[in-house]
Design a binder for this molecule. Structure first.
Ligand code: ADP
Ligand code: GLC
Length: 468
């Protein structure tokens, strides 16, 4: 079975969040299953990976976007170093950028990616068994292969659409239809949602089946899906929740080259202590105190707007008996507020930016990881932290509720239900109590490290779905 994953992110080439981790790992694990050949197609970016690796040009052609003719070059990484064939689509001016997102003309960029990739496959008569599309950036593919004459060679290919984050749907005005490959215009309804072209809605309507990255999140979409609630209810018959795994080869505390002190469950307690001491020294925190950490995008869906109040209130209420460290960036107001508190409170450290190596060190060093998410389709941070012996404190939502059970119910994490400052602080206080109980942290470290979030099980579930 030949599967092509289409995605705008893939670790380690270009990562903004968990989408990259999933697309960089799932195909690798699928390829370990007999009879499966999984490959990745992504846009070309001006990133270190592409300069450090050799590529073959496998296609050179043209597409038309509106009145503009665009050159499409497809390059394949020579050695399959990532455990799968990697194809990068380059279009000068659109698919040759430094980063996946953040450009004014993103809609053109994503349209060009979908058009360019499908043009290459059709022109070279490559007909996969499954096209697996990730998020709205590739959400028009299921429509395009059925209703754009240019891709008639691909008509009938089965498509899976995975929703990693339903908060982003890629809505465009109908004026953008002019820039799509020509399509059967009487099928316009399959693109439309409330008067806009909505790529995520179109993916749900046109894919053979669609998935969410946890079962919990699928249930939530019925009630809260930024206007697509009725659509997901209507299409429920082809919806599946499949929880993400983690790449246990990359995220292995015994071998992780980004850690200062590697460890297994046997020496985790001592080694974590050393990691924490080093990190605290670097960030002028107090190693003898418990360390609570947050890693992530400063977005309301992550509950990042609660962080400034959580910082000052928890430090004041505990009379300085804890450390907090935050790694992330995003909303300017949140960044500025946190900078102010970093200046005011010596128990608080802030690193504004995206730093892969530092995230690994924090997962290994912290005692607790905070995830006050309002929306969390799956969440990977909690699984990384557990693998690194750090106790997750999570809001009971989406993938977090599927992966982290509260210690009061036999789990190894802490849950709270309302995304508000009081609830976060209450959960942190529960954490502090545990921290000061003799032997309790040691037990939690051991039980967290035992959880098996490896990709194997979920990779099998996707294959079962493809077979179906
Ligand atoms: P999302 O994709 O919604 O941001 P996930 O929990 O699925 O959330 O994945 C986030 C990924 O991005 C994890 O691998 C996490 O470690 C990483 N990450 C987030 N922010 C940062 C940051 N500032 N520096 C390094 N890694 C980060
Ligand atoms: C999205 C979601 C996150 C999920 C990730 C990978 O970015 O916000 O919860 O873990 O995709 O599926």
């Amino acid at each position: 079975m030949i599967v092509y994953h289409l995605s705008t992110e893939c670790y380690p080439i270009a990562k903004v969040g968990g989408l990259a981790d999933v697309v960089g790992a799932l195909p690798k694990y699928q390829n370990k299953i007999k009879g499966v050949e999984a490959k990745v197609v992504m846009p070309w970016y001006n990133k270190a990976f592409v300069h450090d690796h050799e590529f073959d040009i496998v296609f050179d052609g043209f597409i038309h976007q509106g009145g503009t003719m665009l050159q499409v070059v497809v390059m394949k990484e020579k050695t399959d170093v990532l455990g799968f064939e990697l194809y990068m689509v380059k279009i000068p001016g659109l698919l040759d950028r430094d980063n996946p997102y953040g450009y004014q003309d993103e809609s053109f960029q994503f349209l060009a990616f979908q058009h360019g990739a499908l043009h290459w496959l059709s022109a070279m008569e490559i007909r996969p068994d499954v096209l697996h599309c990730h998020d709205y950036h590739t959400g028009l593919v299921p429509f395009m292969i059925e209703h754009c004459p240019e891709f008639r060679f691909l008509k009938g290919v089965k498509t899976i659409g995975t929703i990693h984050n339903g908060e982003y749907q890629g809505m465009m005005s109908w004026g953008m239809a002019h820039y799509m490959p020509a399509f059967d215009s009487y099928k316009w309804g399959l693109l439309d949602w409330n008067g806009f072209i909505n790529p995520l809605a179109s993916m749900i309507k046109c894919s053979t089946a669609f998935t969410t990255v946890s079962e919990g999140y699928l249930e939530e979409l019925f009630i809260s899906f930024r206007g697509l609630e009725s659509l997901v209810r209507e299409e429920y018959g082809k919806a599946y929740g499949i929880i993400n795994g983690i790449d246990t080869e990359v995220w292995n505390p015994e071998t992780d080259p980004m850690l200062d002190y590697n460890f297994s469950s046997k020496n985790a307690v001592e080694q974590k202590k050393k990691s924490k001491a080093k990190l605290c020294k670097e960030y002028r925190l107090k190693p003898e105190l418990p360390l609570f950490a947050f890693i992530g995008r400063f977005a309301t869906e992550k509950g990042a707007d609660l962080l400034p109040d959580v910082v000052w209130r928890s430090i004041r209420q505990s009379q300085g008996a804890l450390n907090i460290m935050i790694l992330g960036s995003g909303n300017r107001y949140i960044e500025d507020k946190l900078k102010e508190y970093e200046y005011l409170y010596s128990n608080f450290a802030l690193d504004l930016g995206y730093k892969e190596y530092l995230s690994h060190k924090i997962y290994a060093s912290a005692d607790f990881l905070l995830m006050p998410s309002r929306v969390e389709p799956c969440g990977l941070n909690q699984m990384y932290s557990m693998r690194y012996g750090t106790v997750p404190i999570v809001r009971y939502t989406g993938g977090l509720k599927d992966t982290v059970a509260d210690i009061s119910t036999g789990g190894a994490g802490l849950n709270f239900s309302y995304p508000g400052v009081d609830d976060v602080i209450h959960a942190m206080n529960r954490g502090l109590n545990i921290y000061h109980q003799k032997g309790a942290m040691e037990d939690l470290i051991a039980s967290n490290m035992q959880f098996d979030f490896a990709w194997e099980k979920s990779a099998e579930k996707y294959i079962a779905l493809y077979n179906k």
